[in-house]
Design a binder for this molecule. Structure first.
Ligand code: 5GP
Ligand code: ZN
Length: 133
């Protein structure tokens, strides 16, 4: 896709610090890392969100996500794997990507704030989600 920054990186039109590449997948350092070593894994074909990616490609991408997670675990104390879908989630680049974020104890990247269910609400929400599968 012409205006997509990650497509430009895939095509070599925009430079990146490449970590891994195969026929379907590219992994490179995030330009504005949450932690040093923060890596993005993308399919080479332009797909906007996880909803749009075909399962064959996704399987290949997720295997690379695992590979990167194994590597990150060797130089950090833990790894967060993240994936944003749509603006409300924080997706800024409309080319599906997984974040591999190396973690250390007390790095301050603490988990999301939590909400609480009122009585009966969790059951209702579970049913609602199940009905959408
Ligand atoms: P999102 O918020 O869409 O899940 O994450 C997009 C990520 O892409 C951000 O972490 C951002 O720093 C990274 N990013 C945006 N533009 C570029 C770029 O030109 N090069 C690289 N390497 N990363 C980028
Ligand atoms: Zn793209």
């Amino acid at each position: 896709m012409e205006d997509c920054i990650f497509c430009k990186i895939v095509k070599g039109e925009v430079p990146c610090k490449k970590i891994y590449e195969d026929e379907e997948t590219l992994a490179f350092l995030d330009i504005s890392p949450v932690a040093k070593g923060h890596t993005l894994v993308v399919p080479k074909k332009h797909v906007v969100t996880l909803v749009d990616i075909d399962e064959e490609t996704l399987k290949k991408v997720i295997v690379v996500v695992k590979k990167l997670t194994i590597a990150a675990n060797k130089y950090s104390e833990g790894v967060t794997v993240g994936q944003n879908n749509n603006r409300a989630s924080g997706q800024v680049v409309d080319h599906v990507h997984f974040h591999i974020i190396p973690r250390t104890e007390g790095d301050g990247l603490d988990p999301w704030p939590r909400v609480h269910y009122v009585e009966g609400e969790a059951g209702k929400i579970a049913e609602e989600i199940k009905s959408l599968l």
